[in-house]
Design a protein around this ligand. Structure first.
Ligand code: FES
Ligand SMILES: [Fe+2]
Length: 343
């Protein structure tokens, strides 16, 4: 991968390819993700499936000429029919369908109102999952999709890029309340920042906002947000999925805790707007920046170096690059040590 992003391909992980309400019963939804054509469809059984878009018979695009009939996916070019395992079970010609007419299915999970698939750069299966959250006491997700010329590693790095919260988002008095921790594919940290709110004829009101960040690979970040003085809780999802090597779709989802009474509908709309506005503030940085491999980090930057070490597990090892990797790791460790000794 060249250009602005010198990463060894697209990172493996779980990615949100649609929000549940986008795929209705009987509907086929085409997607161009991971440099590939995919289709999502929901059969009569209510289950969402994700498949390659091109019909294995003679290549028609099932997202354009396909139909869902019951739980069968039927290609509109020659009428071949595919079952819930992707096997061709019938052709209009009669006789046994060709064994090689087999549609490749992708992993599909539907949880918390989101549809996820596993992408693996090396073609391997998944070895971890994104946890299902108990959402009984939470409102349905409000969401918006942004189309951004960047890479998931860049947008996810934002969650540990402490310095930009003040400069880009206008927060003040930020502090890390829980140090960054890595546990396999999970990265967690927490911080508190204050949103200054001017009050007529009163001193500036600095509202404390607490963020607990849960990053599950580069496609799925979920942040618990708490505004203590208002007793307000929300969950924010930051969900990038690569369209190709230099473009992502970024879904921002927001869910508020039930029980805000008549304020609920208004509050849900308002906080979703605020969160999306914060993402808009990041857009010019993401759209035009380049990736600096060994940034001269300063105290106050946040645990960017730890994040850079964390992300490596999601890329396939580069053949013959073990020496370089050792060098990278040594440099990263030295940067981390320099930062922690200056704190
Ligand atoms: S291309 Fe799909 S049935 Fe022929
Ligand atoms: Fe940001």
């Amino acid at each position: 991968m060249g250009g602005r992003f010198p990463f060894p391909g697209l990172p493996s992980g779980w990615y949100v390819v649609a929000v549940s309400e986008e795929v209705k019963r009987g509907q086929i939804v085409p997607r161009h993700y991971f440099n590939q054509e995919l289709v999502l469809y929901r059969g009569d059984d209510g289950v969402v499936r994700i498949a390659d878009a091109f019909c294995p018979h003679m290549g028609a695009h099932l997202g354009r000429v396909g139909k869902v009939e019951g739980n069968i996916l039927r290609c509109g070019f020659h009428g071949f029919q595919y079952d819930r395992q992707g096997r061709c079970v019938e052709t209009p010609y009669g006789g046994p369908p060709p064994a090689r007419a087999r549609l490749r299915f992708w992993e599909a999970r539907e949880q918390n109102g989101l549809i996820l698939t596993w992408y693996d750069a090396a073609g391997e299966g998944y070895d971890w999952e994104v946890p299902v959250l108990d959402d009984a006491r939470w409102n349905k997700i409000r969401w918006r999709r942004f189309d951004i010329p960047t890479h998931p590693q860049e947008t996810t790095e934002n969650s540990v890029d402490f310095g930009h919260f003040t400069q880009v988002h206008g927060f003040v008095d930020g502090s890390i309340t829980r140090a960054i921790q890595l546990e396999g594919p999970l990265l967690t940290t927490a911080y508190r920042a204050h949103r200054p709110i001017p009050m007529p004829a009163l001193p500036l009101w600095k509202v404390p906002v607490d963020y607990a960040v849960n990053v599950w690979g580069l496609g799925y970040s979920q942040v618990d947000v708490r505004i203590d003085p208002l007793r307000f809780d929300m969950r924010v999802w930051v969900l990038p999925v690569p369209r190709d090597d230099e473009h992502i779709d970024l879904v921002i989802g927001v869910s508020t805790r039930k029980g805000l009474g008549p304020l609920s509908a208004y509050a849900r709309r308002a906080v979703h707007k605020i969160v999306c506005k914060e993402v808009e503030q990041d857009l010019d940085v993401w759209t035009y920046k380049t990736y600096v491999e060994q940034p001269p980090l300063a105290k106050g930057d946040g645990p960017v170096a730890v994040y850079r070490r964390y992300v490596k597990q999601f890329y396939p090892p580069i053949p013959g690059a073990s020496d370089q990797r050792a060098v990278d790791e040594a440099v990263t460790a030295a940067a981390e040590a320099a930062i922690s000794s200056s704190e």
